[in-house]
Ligand binder design. Structure first.
Ligand SMILES: Cc1cc2nc3c(=O)[nH]c(=O)nc-3n(C[C@H](O)[C@H](O)[C@H](O)COP(=O)(O)O)c2cc1C
Ligand code: SF4
Length: 517
């Protein structure tokens, strides 16, 4: 008799709220009651607010139950869990949950759906189709497709991926590298992690496509040390790909050699900056390099190197499978395709929402996020990590489009959206931006290393109302110096959140004293 399939995510956020205990309770209860089940540890669908999200396959349909606790299991079994029975925690078929079906899930479509560490399941869901197509069409066709798709880097700077790949392909040299930036240090971001834990083979296929396109034989994933589960999933996925001939020499008889190594980061935010990441990969301290030369010309060990974010690379198989034109038809202006936005902070329904560019921050916060967790009005949202501006409630109608964000002195970055309600004091947030820079600065250049420390002191004086107006002018001047004279975006963009507070929330300095930070 076929055993009923039950899915319980093996994903960091789900586990943090008890998914492992739920899985154990289900296995024990099934055994004790003599019910044959097949427990599948899938990735997360990204609806973090519903975790642990358990699904039961009934007549080919997956019925979801949300916020399941180990203590619910006997009750759920008694309510007919194995037949998809009614229960307070029953959400209905997974493919009818509004939070999920209203998204444009192109890059994350396998996350939650498949068993992450099954090559068979991966191949049954278009796995390696794009690579096989690339072997037929040749490397130039891959680069052309990436260019035509308009895919831009999802790590922060939004640089066109196809142009970067073309530069590496055209650079002279026998040895080239593909590096994947999985440092994911931005506050409120977790899309790289969800992708790697839910579809690690999809990332490997993207790396294979990049390597094939530019002529690289080796790839590295630079993974932040704070993701131990991701580390074990990626490690096993790489082994599986090797065991089945999808990594190594002469991949599937194509003549193409490519292998991947996982490198664990050193726990520093600045190691996510591409040149500091390369230094760290080479075994040195993660200190930013001067540019030029660009990594595409002289990157890892001085060789031409692709540096791309996890989501950028994982988007490429889809660009090939869907067709570059179809991909480019989504989004707005020069912001093509989709981005995995991440809702965090004071938000009712936190999680990942993959949507075509052009959606507004307000739509994401209200329609998917359900507003603030506190139920109070939104005061501000920081988009794009710790170097991103704080948007005012009025600015939330700005469409998520790289250029539209540049116009309001903000950035989309890696798509993280951290929400604050009207009890937040933004002067403290300005201080936090400077303090973060002071702590995380690599120390190579003076405006960032010294400027950020002085910035904290100036803000402290403003909060204490010591010559507030003079210190305001000094802070503006300091921001201009940091922006203009810093070597990288760490010091260069820290002024963005600070200036947004000075411009839109200046009154908070007067009320900041005595407010808990
Ligand atoms: C301080 C700092 C931290 C960064 N952290 C990350 C990171 O964690 N992940 C990432 O993909 N890019 C990060 N970036 C951007 C990278 O330098 C680089 O632009 C990116 O990895 C290129 O890949 P993409 O074109 O696919 O976005 C950071 C940049 C700076 C200045
Ligand atoms: S701006 Fe900051 S992080 Fe960047 S090179 Fe200068 S000191 Fe290092």
């Amino acid at each position: 008799m076929a055993r009923t399939k039950i899915f319980v995510p093996r994903e960091t956020a789900a586990i943090s709220v008890g998914a492992d205990d739920v899985a154990i309770a289900i296995a024990r209860h099934a055994k004790a009651t003599g019910n044959g089940i097949q427990l599948v540890r899938n990735g997360s669908w990204g609806a973090t607010w519903l975790e642990p999200l358990v699904e039961v396959e009934v007549d080919g349909k997956r019925i979801a139950y949300g916020n399941v606790e180990a203590a619910d299991i006997s009750d759920l079994f008694a309510s007919g869990l194995l037949e998809g029975g009614e229960h307070d925690k029953r959400l209905g078929p997974i493919d009818e949950i509004p939070y999920l079906i209203s998204q444009d899930r192109w890059t994350f479509w396998r996350c939650g759906l498949v068993e992450p560490l099954s090559i068979d399941d991966f191949c049954a869901h278009q796995g390696f189709n794009a690579l096989e197509q690339a072997f037929e069409s040749g490397p130039d066709a891959v680069i052309d497709a990436v260019k035509e798709s308009g895919l831009r880097g999802r790590g922060g700077a939004g640089f066109p991926a196809g142009i970067k790949w073309q530069t590496v392909a055209d650079a002279p040299g026998e040895q080239k590298y593909v590096t994947v930036n999985a440092d994911e240090g931005d506050s409120g971001t977790f899309s790289d992690r969800i992708l790697m834990e839910g579809d690690p083979l999809g990332l490997i296929e993207g790396m294979l496509l990049a390597g094939f396109a530019v002529g690289a034989s080796r790839g590295y994933v630079y993974l932040r040390s704070e993701y131990p589960l991701t580390r074990s999933i990626m490690t096993r996925a790489i082994e599986l790909a090797r065991e089945t001939g999808w990594l190594g020499d002469d991949i599937q008889g194509s003549g193409f050699d490519f292998d991947v190594e996982l490198h664990i980061g050193a726990g520093s935010y600045v190691c996510g900056e591409e040149t500091a990441m390369l230094e760290s990969l080479e075994g040195k301290a993660g200190i930013v390099r001067y540019k030029p030369p660009l990594p595409a010309i002289e990157g890892l060990f001085g060789k031409p190197t692709v540096v791309n974010n996890v989501v950028t690379i994982a988007s490429v198989p889809n660009v090939i499978n869907l067709g570059a034109n179809r991909y480019a038809s989504y989004g707005v202006n020069r912001s093509k395709g989709t981005l995995a936005f991440q809702l965090a902070g004071n938000i009712k329904r936190g999680g990942l929402v993959e949507k075509a560019f052009g959606v507004t921050v307000r739509e994401l916060i209200n329609d998917w996020g359900g507003g603030t967790a506190s139920g109070r009005p939104v005061k501000a949202a920081q988009v794009g990590g710790p170097l991103g501006a704080y948007l005012t409630a009025e600015q939330l109608d700005t469409p998520l489009d790289y250029e539209a964000f540049t116009e309001i002195d903000a950035m989309i970055g890696h798509g993280g959206i951290v929400v604050f309600d009207d009890t937040a004091n933004m002067a403290h947030q300005a201080r936090f931006a400077m303090e973060f820079c002071a702590i995380e600065s690599c120390g190579k250049c003076t405006p960032c290393r010294i400027g950020s420390t002085r910035g904290v002191e100036v803000i402290d004086r403003m909060i204490a109302d010591e010559n507030r107006n003079d210190n305001y002018d000094l802070l503006v001047e300091l921001c201009n110096t940091m922006e203009g004279a810093s070597l990288c975006a760490m010091g260069g963009m820290t002024p963005y959140p600070v200036r947004s507070v000075l411009k839109y929330f200046a009154e908070d300095f007067a009320s900041a004293q005595g407010v808990d930070q």
